[in-house]
Design a protein around this ligand. Structure first.
Ligand SMILES: CC(=O)CC(=O)SCCNC(=O)CCNC(=O)[C@H](O)C(C)(C)COP(=O)(O)OP(=O)(O)OC[C@H]1O[C@@H](n2cnc3c(N)ncnc32)[C@H](O)[C@@H]1OP(=O)(O)O
Ligand SMILES: NC(=O)C1=CN([C@@H]2O[C@H](COP(=O)(O)OP(=O)(O)OC[C@H]3O[C@@H](n4cnc5c(N)ncnc54)[C@H](OP(=O)(O)O)[C@@H]3O)[C@@H](O)[C@H]2O)C=CC1
Length: 284
């Protein structure tokens, strides 16, 4: 199946990055969000990244213009009616995602593949609200999307081989590396990463060390590019909490209980870099 026209839903940090790499690789992209403000912010981020690539000599001015010309923004989901692939990147909430997938199932052409960038939610459950579960798949990009090489591809129970192959090919066309995993809470990436981040938060909560000290231990001691608390702020503390809840509920195992300090920060609106405050303070 040939993919030419793509819609990306959600113009947050992930959706805007996904739209950028798709447009850069020659796909025609519609970036959708419920908020016009989010679209303008997403587009400004994309332009900034492309300008940096031009300054660094990785991209010509002409390629930048062509990339931007392939990118449109829209607040109407109806514009997905001519898309071959939709990649959903709205917030990590099953009710919102299933609502979007139900609508997309009505709007998109019969051949269209519906992918979710969910970081932990069951693809099988998202697929079950559509009449095309064989065409629903997880396409999990890593943050920051323009930089990170991995795309975790998650097969739901009914995902067809044809759908898997199309998404594997698309991932390679985006110059990224696909890794196939099965549909279990948190897949592989967040089943391994998020309990480490949660445990790092516990060490702060229990007074074992300051956030700076925890991050320094993991950076200098384990060669991680970012310490776990800097990374949690970067991912978004709301997203970290949603993922821990999915692991906790999905496996019913107390080892995944979210740290009370994580809950407290999210309740306070301290969501990390995106709101200017999390474990650290940022000037946005
Ligand atoms: C939660 C989930 O479901 C799954 C996830 O995504 S988990 C999160 C996975 N991501 C990570 O673990 C990221 C860990 N951090 C890193 O790898 C690095 O710190 C980093 C790549 C983000 C930054 O690298 P760095 O060497 O520390 O900083 P820096 O030199 O500023 O950046 C390196 C390059 O990345 C680019 N970059 C950094 N942040 C960026 C962003 N948000 N968007 C686009 N490009 C970015 C920089 O522009 C720079 O590019 P150049 O080649 O033009 O210089
Ligand atoms: N952050 C990360 O490191 C990673 C996140 N993910 C996953 O990607 C998804 C998005 O995360 P992220 O980009 O960080 O989140 P953000 O909060 O940055 O962005 C989410 C965007 O979706 C918009 N949105 C919410 N509801 C709808 C809707 N019904 N239709 C269209 N747009 C909507 C939001 O608008 P508004 O702000 O107006 O509500 C916001 O602009 C989540 O599923 C997350 O788990 C995957 C990999 C890594």
């Amino acid at each position: 199946m040939e993919i030419k026209h793509v819609m990306v839903i959600g113009a947050g940090q992930m959706g805007s990055g996904i739209a950028q790499v798709c447009a850069q690789s020659g796909f025609h992209v519609k970036l959708n969000d419920i908020s016009e403000e989010a679209l303008q912010k997403g587009l400004a981020g994309i332009e900034k990244n492309l300008n940096r690539s031009v300054e660094k000599g990785r991209m010509s001015e002409e390629d930048k213009q062509n990339t931007l010309n392939r990118l449109q923004t829209t607040t109407s989901l109806q514009d997905a009616s001519d898309c071959d692939l939709v990649i959903e990147a709205v917030i990590e909430n099953m009710d919102i995602k299933t609502k979007v997938f139900k609508e997309l199932d009505q709007i998109t052409p019969e051949h269209a593949i519906l992918a979710s960038n969910t970081s932990s939610l069951p693809i099988t459950e998202i697929a079950a609200v559509t009449n095309r579960p064989e065409k629903v798949i997880g396409m999990h990009f890593m943050n920051p999307v323009p930089v990170m090489k991995l795309v975790e591809i998650i097969r739901g129970l009914a995902t067809s081989d044809e759908t898997y192959k199309a998404i594997e090919d698309m991932t390679k066309a985006l110059n990224k590396t696909p890794v196939e995993v099965n549909d279990f809470p948190g897949f592989v990436s967040n089943r391994v990463l998020m309990p480490m981040i949660n445990e790092a938060i516990y060490t702060v909560y229990e007074g074992v060390a300051t956030p700076e000290a925890v991050d320094e231990v993991m950076k200098l001691g384990m060669n991680h590019p970012m310490g776990p608390l800097t990374l949690a702020d970067f991912i978004g503390l709301d997203t970290c909490l949603y993922i821990m809840e999915v692991l906790y509920e999905g496996f019913g195992d107390s080892k995944y209980r979210p740290c009370p300090l994580l809950r407290k920060y999210v309740k306070a609106g301290w969501l990390g870099r995106k709101t200017g405050r999390g474990f650290y303070v940022y000037d946005n």
